[in-house]
Design a binder for this molecule. Structure first.
Ligand SMILES: NC(=O)c1ccc[n+]([C@@H]2O[C@H](COP(=O)([O-])OP(=O)(O)OC[C@H]3O[C@@H](n4cnc5c(N)ncnc54)[C@H](OP(=O)(O)O)[C@@H]3O)[C@@H](O)[C@H]2O)c1
Length: 332
């Protein structure tokens, strides 16, 4: 099969190579998926670079955890009627050498999740990391019906799904931050009730004004460290910050007393280690949302497999608004 892989960490155009690898056979409890699209996420490019001291865990790594396609074979113990099923992939390259940047992947059957008929395969490749992370950040700590939720970075891949899922989950008001008019439009299209340009406006003042000085119940946070001084001030008593990234300030100092005196909670989100039962519940919820709502999947740019290095560089450039997708079968 055709595949892209790297044998050492480094810049995309220096380490990513294309060629042929043996087509995998599904083992017991696995399905084999003929891939149509592969989703690129920051964790794929960070792993390729060795971010945070990550080492090469395998001699060769076919990157990308997300993807979509059609099951074409099943291993023993998997119902034969799954053959032909359209699926989205979860954890394709987490603690495994072979991800989705290839014609085929063989993977545990519960990590190939049924893709509802109304959702295009390309959208299916956007879901894995971003949608599961957004779901975890919003729903791990009880219902959000009637609450006010702040999603920082509402035009990000995770943030945009968080806005949509917060509305679907019954949040009374979803407030978000962005840095440009284009991103503001994406956040509005996702259903945000209030969009604030955090580079030009006073986020705290606008949120306090919009909430009659009450603040917010929940925060889904993409930039935990740099935003902490303002987010703690904006949080209601007993509020929750769900933090899934802190790239600019990876070792933030916690304001202990302001946080303690709000009796607030800090929820760490690391989607690769969500307990299996919670993950199964998240998949059910996500598929119900996909079937019942008009969902918005923010594809920023599509690259053919041959241009996978360009896809990685585009994601790393910070110019992408939404998901970066690699087309495996040449469609789109
Ligand atoms: N913990 C986990 O399980 C998990 C899962 C998924 C992703 N992540 C991490 O989460 C981060 C985002 O992932 P992604 O795929 O959503 O990336 P993305 O599509 O590039 O989105 C990142 C967003 O963050 C926004 N942003 C950056 N600084 C901000 C700030 N101070 N305030 C508000 N918004 C800010 C950016 O908006 P502007 O350009 O407008 O600033 C951008 O829209 C990455 O570091 C990724 O590795 C972690």
């Amino acid at each position: 099969m055709r595949a892209a892989w790297y044998e050492k960490q480094g810049p995309a155009s220096e380490v990513l190579q294309l060629g042929n690898l043996p087509t995998p056979e599904p083992e017991q409890g696995e399905v084999r998926v003929k891939l149509s699209f592969s989703g690129v996420n920051p964790s794929d490019t960070k792993r390729r670079l060795g971010f945070g001291g990550q080492k090469m865990a395998y001699p060769a790594i076919v990157p990308h955890s997300d993807g979509s396609g059609v099951i074409d074979q099943v291993g023993t113990g998997v119902p034969k009627n799954r053959i032909g099923e359209r699926v989205w992939i979860y954890c394709g390259q987490w603690e495994r050498a072979h991800g989705t940047a290839a014609d085929y992947i063989s993977i545990r059957e519960n990590h190939a999740i049924h893709l509802p008929d109304n959702i295009e395969l390309m959208s299916g490749a956007c879901l894995g990391i971003p949608a599961v992370t957004a779901h975890r950040a919003l729903f791990s700590d009880g219902p959000i019906k009637g609450l006010t939720v702040l999603v920082t970075g509402g035009a990000g891949a995770v943030g945009n799904y968080a806005i949509q899922l917060a509305k679907w989950g019954g949040a009374e008001r979803v407030i978000t931050t962005c840095s440009s008019p284009e991103k503001e439009n994406q956040a509005k299209a996702a259903g945000a009730d209030l969009v604030i340009n955090y580079k030009e406006e006073d986020v705290s003042a606008k949120i306090m004004d919009a909430t009659d000085g009450q603040g917010v119940d929940r925060i889904v946070e993409v930039a935990f460290g740099v935003n902490l001084p303002s987010t703690v001030a904006l949080l209601k008593d007993n509020g929750i910050i769900s933090a899934y990234a802190s790239d600019i300030e990876p070792t933030p100092i916690l304001p202990f007393y302001p946080m303690m005196q709000k009796n607030c909670m800090l929820r760490w989100v690391f989607m690769y280690k969500i307990p299996e039962d919670d993950f199964a519940n998240a998949c059910n919820d996500l598929n119900n949302w996909l079937k019942k709502s008009s969902t918005h999947h923010m594809v920023s740019k599509i690259f053919p497999l041959e241009e996978i290095a360009e896809a990685h560089k585009f994601l790393e450039s910070g110019e992408a608004t939404g998901n970066v997708i690699v087309s495996i079968d040449g469609e789109n």
